[in-house]
Design a protein around this ligand. Structure first.
Ligand SMILES: Nc1ncnc2c1ncn2[C@@H]1O[C@H](COP(=O)(O)OP(=O)(O)OP(=O)(O)O)[C@@H](O)[C@H]1O
Ligand SMILES: [Mg+2]
Length: 210
């Protein structure tokens, strides 16, 4: 059965794209059938994929699909993709400027929402608001899983500090944080970053057993 995982936040720059692509390439690497949908109208990931294919010997049709969509049609795109039963996971990288209505429609077609956040005061406030803004969707879809993904975490920050910073959020806090590291930023749409494995496993664990 297809599982839809959507990266959402009310503000740009929290790490949606970085984490969406690292998760997608890792799940693909683990042998799952993956599609990634970007709703950023610049279609950055699609362009990166084209460049990577051009530079390497990779065959585009042997790679996971990167598709473009937008607020107004993402829900119907997801419905059709679910029905085709061609994917184990569909990862959605939503745009920071998504409207309330767009977020609600996307959530109703998602199994899980992942909200990446750093621990800066501004990101924490935006994350708090993002979780509040998810309540209309949550009321309509009780089994929607909402996960907060600590992102850009300094290597010396302990898990208690992270949990304390995020404890007022009404969502599941993922226990494996994403460190602040260039290796997650210099991502590829073809090759998975092996350090992302533990993070991907934690997301799957919460998706399946949470
Ligand atoms: N784990 C990380 N380590 C280091 N840098 C990171 C990490 N995650 C994100 N960044 C950096 O933070 C910036 C924003 O990340 P990203 O583009 O993934 O955010 P976004 O939520 O997709 O933003 P937008 O809403 O504008 O699309 C980028 O410069 C990215 O390289
Ligand atoms: Mg982005």
């Amino acid at each position: 059965m297809t599982k839809v995982l959507s990266f959402i936040s009310r503000k740009g720059g929290t790490g949606k794209t970085t984490n969406a692509i690292n998760l997608a390439t890792m799940l693909n690497n683990l042998g799952h059938r993956v599609a990634l949908i970007e709703t950023d109208t610049n279609y950055t990931l699609n362009t990166l994929r084209k460049m990577e294919v051009y530079k390497s010997s990779a065959k585009e049709d042997s790679l996971f699909e990167i598709l473009g969509s937008e607020d107004s049609k993402i829900a119907s795109d997801l419905k059709a993709m679910r029905e085709s039963d061609s994917y184990d996971f569909i990862i959605v990288d939503s745009a920071g400027k998504t409207t309330d209505e767009g977020i609600k429609k996307l959530c109703l077609e998602s199994d899980a929402v992942i909200v990446p956040t750093s621990l800066t005061q501004n990101d924490l406030l935006v994350t708090y608001q993002t979780i509040v803004d998810l309540s209309p969707a949550r009321e309509l879809k009780e089994d929607l899983r909402i996960m907060v993904l600590p992102n850009r975490i300094h290597s010396l920050t302990g898990s208690k500090t992270i949990m304390d910073a995020l404890s007022n959020l009404d969502a599941h806090i993922l226990e494996v944080p994403v460190p602040q590291k260039n290796l997650f930023v210099n991502f590829s749409t073809i090759m998975a970053e092996k350090e992302y494995l533990e993070i991907a496993k934690e997301i799957l664990k919460e998706l399946n057993h949470g």
